[in-house]
Each structure stands twice: as structure tokens, then as C-alpha cells.
Design a protein around this ligand. Structure first.
Ligand SMILES: Cc1cc2nc3c(=O)[nH]c(=O)nc-3n(C[C@H](O)[C@H](O)[C@H](O)COP(=O)(O)OP(=O)(O)OC[C@H]3O[C@@H](n4cnc5c(N)ncnc54)[C@H](O)[C@@H]3O)c2cc1C
Ligand code: FES
Length: 454
């Protein structure tokens, strides 16, 4: 009976069914056991009625306690979300390890709660996580680069810098990063979206790759270096990292070990500390900032000497916006073609110009005065005017709360289907939205009517 009950998913219906069944069964038993041998005995009838009522109440209780089984539809939805280990929406991951990497950066190791496999990813891509933080009125969504390329492929690792308040500003420190450092422990569960992002290294190219990072920008670079070491060890990698000093330099030993671990002699490391401490002696290669001069004087000559005088290379940059701007300008001055330079900004300021892997904005577009915006899922049709800002701001102001994170066109969290009309990008997205979708955090209507699947 319990297994049949479990098939009823509505708890009220399950309770009524259990109660009625118990009632009928006891009536039948009472009639046979008490009524038939004593047809004139009223007390036997009474006992039968009380027993049946008791059975009704007990049945109702049992019906509420028994859990409904997932329906075929539920099971299908779960399967659809997890086809070939690639899932579409949120999937729960458990933190299986938490490890400090430097004064400010801590790594978190994620494994799927459902015990399934994890999706492959390209070195440089990121994971999107969702945190339920008690004092926040909605979940906080953030993206973090995958910082490891494990042989075992059974975990994802994110390495997160604790973001303090900017100097001189009386504002709260970073919400998600501080929550991760202070409240997320081994055993915590965090929903994640599958790996994504257009900033990645093609492992099998043969051209040398120069990975240049500062601060927490080291995270995608570790993954890139390990992926090449494991899969294409003929390829040369220059790993250039700038840090204040050894205290702030995350994953130093791990990067140093890559050559030994994978028998990969083609990894050339250069650490540059801006304010080294006496105890850092011997642990860094030069003092100053990772800049154009370092590339011109040291790295490019090394590339030439290992590649018969040619200096062709792909450059991958990740770090603070001023650092990336200065390296990009430097590379340009050194004659490196723009299409050989790839970069990703973690936010906290804008980089000038655009990454190679971007879609184009609507240039020379006519600016419209107003537009009808249909939000299909929310069943709302509203009038947008330029004062309403981006489509994300417009949606939020009207109590439609799409998921968002970077709000800069990088992380793709706000990507949504554009069913009708066109949008104009206010700035070049550095994430590349899928066909038929738009990033609403940096766009506004371009036509008089647009329809969004929101
Ligand atoms: C593709 C991608 C990959 C990334 N990878 C990594 C990674 O590997 N590791 C990593 O650590 N980070 C990474 N990031 C950055 C990360 O997603 C978060 O942006 C970062 O952790 C900060 O989030 P937060 O919630 O802690 O800070 P937020 O709460 O978003 O605050 C950010 C900063 O703003 C300040 N602030 C708060 N209020 C104000 C205000 N009113 N005015 C001005 N400033 C204010 C805060 O003090 C803080 O310094 C990545 C970002 C992207 C887009
Ligand atoms: S919120 Fe990150 S791309 Fe829009």
C-alpha cells in the first residue's frame, strides 16, 4: 500500500486516499469480526465505528508522512538537465576541500552531489555559482575561472580572492567572496551552472602561448598551463605572473611543479614581484611590474631563441584592468597583431577596447525614443525609454528579476532569448552570447518592439 501511495504526489490527495482506504478496510473487518456474530449487539457496532474513525485519522497521517515518488515528468526533467553529464541549469555541488593559497586567495574543490561526472571544459573557462546569503534578499550569482585541470577530471576548483572595500570608500566588502571565505566549508552545497566562457586556449595549437597575469588573474593561467602540459607537451608556454610579494602569490609551488609532474620541459616561468620581502629572495625572477619592458627585454628574445628567430605567439592576459590595458598597449607597440591577444577582465573596472572573441555592436544605429518590451514569461508588456537604462535595469525596476552577475557583458549570466526585434549594445560584450540571445546587462532596444523570453 505504501508504494502505491508513494505514486500520488499531491500530499492532500495522498492523505485522503490513505484515510478512506483505512476507513473502508476497518469497516469491513469490524463488520465481519463483530457485526456478523453479534447482529443485535449495539456495543459491537460502536466499537466498529470508533475503530473505523481511528483508522481514518491514522490513514490520513500516514498519507501525509509517506513521500511522493518523482513523476515520469520529473525524472525526464532531471535527465534533460543532465544529458551526457552536461547540465543546462543549476546543479548542486558539494565542497569537498577548502585550501588557502595565499593571504587573500582560497581554493574550493567542487564535486557533484548526484555523484555523476563533471562536464569537460576548455582551459580558461569559468563556472557560475549561486549563493544563498542570509542577509541578501535574492541569491547572489558570481562567476569564477576554473583554476585547475585535474587528471582525474572528478572535481572543479575555483580560487577566490577575498575582496575588501576599495580604499577610501565607506562601502561593504565583496559579498560573495567574503561569504565563500567565511561561511563556505567542506560539506557546503553550492548550485553551479556548467562551465562557460569564450576566453580559452586551444590546447592543440602549436604556436607558443604567453600567459600574463597579475593578482587573482593567475587562476585561468594555471589551468591553461596544466592542460597544455598534459595534452600537447611540445608546445612552449611562457608563464609570467606579477604579485606584490610571496605572501600574495597564490599557487606558486603548484605552478613550479607542473614541469616535473607532467615531464614537461617547455614551461618557462617568470615571477615578478613589485614589493618583495627579504624572505622572498630566490623565489622570484625580477622586481617591478609585469610590463611591456619585461616582454621586450626578456620574454620575446626567449621566444625567438627557442623558435628559430620567430617571435609569433598567442598572448593571454588576465588581471587588473590597468595592468591589462598597459600590457595590451605594450603588445601593440611591439607589433603583436591584435588577433593574437586574448584577455579577460574579472570586473572591478573596465578594460579599454575589446577582446578578439567578441560579437559586434550595432554601429551607427538610430537611437529610438521609446520601445514596447514584452517579457513573455512574466506576462508583462512595458514601455521602455532611454532613461530606463539597460534592459536588465529596466526589468529589475519592474520587478522582473533576471539572473545577473558581472553586469558588464562578460559572464553571460544575463543571456536571454530575443524572440522579436533587435537590441543595441552600449558596449562591446566580451562574452559571446549564443545565437538568438542577447546580454541584457549592456543592451537597450534598437527597434520599436522587442520580445524577451523573461
Ligand atoms: C569571467 C570571470 C571570471 C572570474 N574569475 C575569478 C576568479 O577566478 N577568482 C576571483 O577571485 N574572482 C573572479 N572573478 C570575479 C568574481 O566574479 C567577483 O566579481 C568577485 O569575487 C567579487 O564579488 P563579490 O560579491 O565578493 O564582491 P561585490 O559585492 O560584487 O563587490 C565588488 C567590490 O565592490 C565594492 N563595493 C561594494 N559596494 C560598492 C559601492 N556602492 N560603490 C563602490 N564599490 C562598492 C566591494 O567592496 C568590492 O570591493 C571573475 C569574474 C569574471 C567576470
Ligand atoms: S550579467 Fe554578466 S554578461 Fe550580463
Amino acid at each position: 500500500m505504501l508504494s502505491s501511495l508513494g505514486k500520488i504526489n499531491n500530499p492532500l490527495l495522498r492523505s485522503i486516499t490513505a484515510a478512506s482506504t483505512s476507513f473502508s478496510m476497518i469497516i469491513l473487518i469490524a463488520a465481519v469480526a463483530l457485526g456478523l456474530p453479534h447482529p443485535q449487539d449495539k456495543s459491537a457496532n460502536k466499537i466498529g465505528i470508533y475503530a473505523s474513525l481511528l483508522a481514518f485519522v491514522a490513514g490520513a497521517g500516514v498519507g501525509l508522512i509517506v513521500k511522493g515518488n518523482p513523476t515520469v515528468k520529473d525524472k525526464q526533467a532531471k535527465k534533460d538537465n543532465l544529458k551526457n553529464d552536461v547540465w543546462k541549469d543549476w546543479r548542486d555541488f558539494k565542497i569537498v576541500k577548502k585550501e588557502a593559497e595565499s593571504k587573500e586567495i582560497t581554493s574550493f574543490y567542487f564535486q557533484p552531489v548526484d555523484g555523476g561526472k563533471i562536464t569537460d571544459f576548455k582551459p580558461g573557462q569559468f563556472l557560475t555559482i549561486k549563493l544563498d546569503i542570509p542577509e541578501q534578499d535574492r541569491p547572489i550569482i558570481r562567476t569564477y575561472s576554473l583554476s585547475d585541470y585535474p587528471d582525474s577530471q572528478d572535481y572543479y576548483r575555483l580560487s577566490i580572492k577575498r575582496e575588501g572595500s576599495p580604499k577610501g570608500l565607506d562601502v561593504p566588502p565583496g559579498i560573495a567572496s567574503n561569504f565563500m571565505h567565511d561561511h563556505i566549508q567542506e560539506g557546503s552545497i553550492i548550485p553551479c551552472k556548467p562551465p562557460n566562457g569564450k576566453f580559452y586556449l586551444e590546447i592543440n595549437n602549436s604556436i607558443p602561448a604567453v600567459l600574463i597575469s597579475n593578482g587573482v588573474g593567475i587562476t585561468p593561467m594555471i589551468t591553461m598551463a596544466k592542460a597544455v602540459a598534459q595534452n600537447n607537451p611540445q608546445r612552449h608556454i611562457w608563464f609570467i605572473h606579477g604579485a606584490r610579494n610571496g605572501e600574495y602569490h597564490a599557487c606558486r609551488e603548484e605552478v613550479n611543479q607542473i614541469s616535473n609532474l607532467y615531464s614537461y620541459p617547455n614551461l618557462h616561468i617568470h615571477y615578478r614581484y613589485s614589493r618583495p620581502r627579504p624572505e622572498d629572495e630566490g623565489k622570484y625572477n625580477s622586481q617591478g611590474y609585469a610590463d611591456k619592458q619585461l616582454l621586450a627585454d626578456t620574454i620575446i628574445p626567449q621566444i625567438k631563441s627557442t623558435h628559430n628567430g620567430t617571435s609569433s605567439a598567442e598572448y593571454f592576459l588576465c588581471g587588473s584592468p590597468p595592468f591589462m590595458d598597459s600590457i595590451r598597449e605594450g603588445l601593440n607597440e611591439l607589433g603583436v597583431p591584435e588577433d593574437r591577444v586574448f584577455f579577460e577582465s574579472f570586473g572591478g573596472g573596465k578594460t579599454k577596447g575589446k577582446s578578439k572573441a567578441t560579437s559586434s555592436t550595432q554601429e551607427n544605429s538610430a537611437h529610438i525614443e521609446s520601445a514596447e518590451v514584452v517579457f513573455t514569461q512574466s506576462d508583462k508588456t512595458l514601455t521602455w525609454t532611454p532613461e530606463d537604462g539597460t534592459l536588465l535595469e529596466f526589468a529589475e525596476a519592474n520587478n522582473i528579476n533576471p539572473e545577473s552577475s558581472c553586469r558588464q557583458g562578460v559572464c553571460l549570466t544575463c543571456m536571454c532569448q530575443l524572440e522579436e526585434g533587435e537590441v543595441e549594445y552600449l558596449e562591446e560584450p566580451s562574452g559571446e552570447p549564443d545565437e538568438g540571445t542577447v546580454l541584457i546587462c549592456i543592451s537597450k532596444p534598437k527597434t520599436n518592439k522587442i520580445v524577451l523570453d523573461l
